[in-house]
Write a protein that binds this ligand. Sequence first.
Ligand SMILES: Cc1cc2nc3c(=O)[nH]c(=O)nc-3n(C[C@H](O)[C@H](O)[C@H](O)COP(=O)(O)OP(=O)(O)OC[C@H]3O[C@@H](n4cnc5c(N)ncnc54)[C@H](O)[C@@H]3O)c2cc1C
Length: 499
Amino acid sequence: MSNRQTKTDVILIGAGIMSATLGTLLKELVPDWEITVFEKLENAGEESSNEWNNAGTGHAALCELNYTVEKPDGSIDISKAIKINEEYQVSRQFWSYLVNSNLIRNPQEFIMPLPHLSLVQGEQDVTFLKKRFEALSNNPLFQGMEFSDDPAKLMEWIPLIMKGRTSNEPIAATKIDSGTDVNFGALTRILFDHLKSKNVDIKFKHQVDDLKRASDGSWELKVRNVDSGTIERHTAKFVFIGGGGGSLPLLQKSGIPEGKHIGGFPVSGLFMVCKNPDVVAQHHAKVYGKAKVGAPPMSVPHLDTRFIDNKKSLLFGPFAGFSPKFLKTGSMFDLIGSVKPNNLVTMLAAGAKNVPLTKYLIQQVMLSKEQRMEELREFIPNAKSEDWDIVVAGQRVQVIKDTAAGKGTLQFGTEVINAADGSIAALLGASPGASTAVSVMLEVIKKCFPQHIKAWEPKIKEMIPSYGVSLLKNPELIHEIHTSTARALGLNPELQPAM
Ligand SMILES: Cc1cc2nc3c(=O)[nH]c(=O)nc-3n(C[C@H](O)[C@H](O)[C@H](O)COP(=O)(O)OP(=O)(O)OC[C@H]3O[C@@H](n4cnc5c(N)ncnc54)[C@H](O)[C@@H]3O)c2cc1C
């Protein structure tokens, strides 16, 4: 046991993209606040934010079919797609500000232009895709989207997917060239290097085991040095729990009433990665399909060109699965340990409601490599088993809570939970995730620092010109923001929505 004790303004728990983003925003808003980060692993961005643990899609709802649902009257609801697209534009603006201010360099280390396509087969899905295309292409945020059900055109767009296809079923795709692939692991590391240069104290191999409120309203953390086993006590006026899947247990330990009656449902993931450079060279896009009936939205299959370690790669997946761990490096007891008297009913209700989902996920875990190859062959008919390896992706912990839809309802989004006095906040959930980190962390700032927000607004607007403004209601801003962020981030300004 060590007597080491420190007091600081802000403690960030976890060195993933969320803490990286919040720390960077706060350093711009109040440079003299002292920030300390505790991360249990050896480096930043090793869990879900790592490039091999997520799909690297800059989610702007350009190709993800689960963000546009068909309503009972047959029309397409695009409200979620608009929200996600606007949130991604917020991230692009903040990253551009950092590049333009020379706070970070070389955007091509973390963001690359890449066409985003949606691909469907069968008459019913082709009709859905056409309606979705009509709804989106009339919207200024999605200008530049093309639709085709002509196999010759599709051969031009996605030769690897079209070659060897023998089915006579109708097939169609939409394509938009202004999509991006984001290396969130690289971005996380870049942001932590930047924070280090701004005197942020980053303690790797330091695990937060417990936290409690001190008598003056600040938070005292019990932190274990993973190497030596010594225990340290650190106090801060504000704590952000950015532990990814590890956030829920810490939120529960904080004891704040807002963290009660909430549970977590862990979902694991696998990708298949192509090791044949000739195959990798034949594809240049992210191609999203439709989730199978009964499959959860996070298992929508997609075939993605990725830019990792300065190399083009090809990944297929993710295959969802079930594991009781909350982090890839977590424990088999995470799920059972998260069941508390206050969330028992919620968890039991969720368990009863989600038997088919759990069954589906367990079946997915049991799939052999050859069965996974069969799913891949729906995308690449000629895929050869020897060209592909399996890699384990990150864990997601979906929020379970009681909602108007009933007790123990599974949520698929992200959620900020904060104490009423704004002294602590946690981020739960996983989707749309890293792409929307800037909007989500601005929400943390708004909820936890309401007394400062007025004074900070001019700086936030300097960093994010569309802050507080709906792009959709100000279409003249869309082209301007797309073009200026494309220039700053090394993307092609010509490929942005034209007005
Ligand atoms: C398979 C998969 C595909 C995805 N695809 C996409 C995508 O295409 N696009 C997208 O935008 N998002 C995607 N996501 C979501 C995205 O990866 C996450 O939303 C994001 O990385 C979460 O960042 P984070 O900082 O909250 O968590 P993490 O990156 O998991 O970081 C949390 C950190 O906290 C540390 N930690 C935990 N507990 C403690 C503790 N007690 N003490 C100290 N440290 C602790 C962990 O070690 C870890 O480093 C995907 C996720 C998965 C799993």
